[in-house]
Write a protein that binds this ligand. Structure first.
Ligand SMILES: *Cc1c(COP(=O)(O)O)cnc(C)c1O
Length: 382
């Protein structure tokens, strides 16, 4: 049995005719940079999310960087980021010379804890750095608590930039992902819920003025005319081939999304009594970027991983080291006022199982059976 962690080839097979045709169309028209598929994709993505503007870009990391550049974030500014996330969420802050202030997460949802955010804002003010932006991360697909985070941010004039790299298609009581913050950054890295065949990203916003600036920044800070440069920008475009692939995949996305819900439900029914299963808060919809369990301890997780690997079932740890413990942040300005104990605890216990919308019921049953067997032998050995 050879079980892939995420099976992109199965999806490729299911969509091969449409994708080949879409790519051939681009090869024939030859408009590889900002071709018609890019504008078409932006239109379809903004309709999908129910937000007025979508600006595509070269990666999820650029999707985080561009709004920070548009808001002129720089030295002396504090940007609040959860410690339990991928490096991109905070590296863009250092890149601009601002200070990442690490906030702890909620143990049940893996997303930013609003109480910890309030304390971090006070601590930053005491340090004399200016609170400017909060970047909640929709880890593993579930949107953060935007209701409370937006309220805290609005009171203090802080912008909210959602890191929705893992949550495209998800929803919260306030609406769909893309509408929950001042700006929302998503990623089309191949393994994300909506992925392309290379790097890609997008920013969603209802702020027309912001969208205009983002379009300028992704084109070298272009003004009204082609060789007119009015601000610092970068080469941050999504290429036409990736847009063509995404148009095909977006059409298949609703069915894939449904399948992800069914698979996650089946995992939880099969394993929820022996490991801590992921919890989706009432009123929220997760995009299920990954299916992540909590073992009882670090040793317990090691035992599961080792035994699963022997049975050729791959697992991943997202993320083994919280950001406030990464060397890059130790050697630059950063702040983690009360430490981030929940992030520390989770990084020592979480592990993710194979998960993708083309997984069969049979494969899922095999994995559930294997995990249960291992649980029995671990508790017998203990
Ligand atoms: C993948 C990811 C990113 C970065 O996206 P890229 O497209 O790889 O640049 C940012 N934040 C989170 C939470 C991610 O999972």
């Amino acid at each position: 049995m050879n079980i892939p962690f995420i099976d992109l080839i199965a999806q490729r097979k299911a969509l091969s005719a449409e994708i080949d045709q879409a790519l051939n169309t681009v090869l024939d028209h030859g408009r590889f940079i900002m071709g018609p598929e890019v504008g078409q994709l932006e239109k379809e993505l903004s309709t999908f999310c129910g937000v007025s503007r979508c600006v595509t870009c070269a990666s999820g990391t650029d999707a985080l960087l561009l709004p920070l550049m548009a808001w002129e974030i720089g030295p002396g500014d504090a940007v609040f980021v959860p410690s339990m996330t991928f490096i991109s969420s905070a590296e863009v802050v250092l890149l601009l010379g601002a200070v990442p202030v690490f906030v702890d997460v909620d143990a049940a949802t893996f997303t930013m804890n609003p109480d910890s955010l309030s304390k971090a804002i006070e601590a930053a003010e005491k340090e004399g750095i200016n609170p400017r932006v909060v970047i909640p991360v929709d880890l593993f697909g579930q949107p953060a608590d935007y209701g409370r985070i937006n309220e805290i941010a609005k009171r203090r004039g802080i912008k909210v930039l959602a890191d929705a790299a893992q949550s495209f298609g998800g929803s919260a009581p306030g609406g769909a992902v893309g509408t929950l913050a001042d700006a929302t950054a998503s990623s089309f890295f191949p393994a994300k819920p909506l992925g392309c065949y290379g790097d890609g990203g997008a920013i969603f916003t209802a702020d027309e003025e912001l969208a205009e600036i983002l379009e300028s920044i992704r084109l070298h800070g272009r003004g009204d005319e082609k060789y007119d440069n009015v601000r610092i920008g970068l080469n941050g475009r999504l290429d036409t081939m990736q847009a063509a692939v995404l148009l095909v995949k977006l059409a298949a996305f609703p069915d894939e999304f449904k399948r992800r819900q069914a698979l996650a439900g089946a995992y939880t029914r099969g394993l929820g009594d022996i490991l801590e299963a992921p919890v989706v808060t009432d009123g929220y919809g997760s995009a299920w970027a990954s299916y992540t369990l909590k073992a009882g301890s670090r040793q317990n997780r090691d035992s599961f991983q080792r035994a699963l690997s022997k049975k050729s079932i791959p697992t991943q740890i997202y993320y083994p080291k919280p950001l406030h413990r990464q060397k890059v942040f130790a050697s630059h300005n950063s702040l983690a006022p009360d430490g981030c104990p929940v992030s520390d605890d989770l990084s020592g216990r979480v592990f993710s199982l194979p998960f993708h919308p083309y997984m069969t019921d049979d494969t899922l049953d095999q994995i559930v059976h294997a995990v249960r067997e291992i649980a029995t032998s671990i508790s017998a050995a203990a």
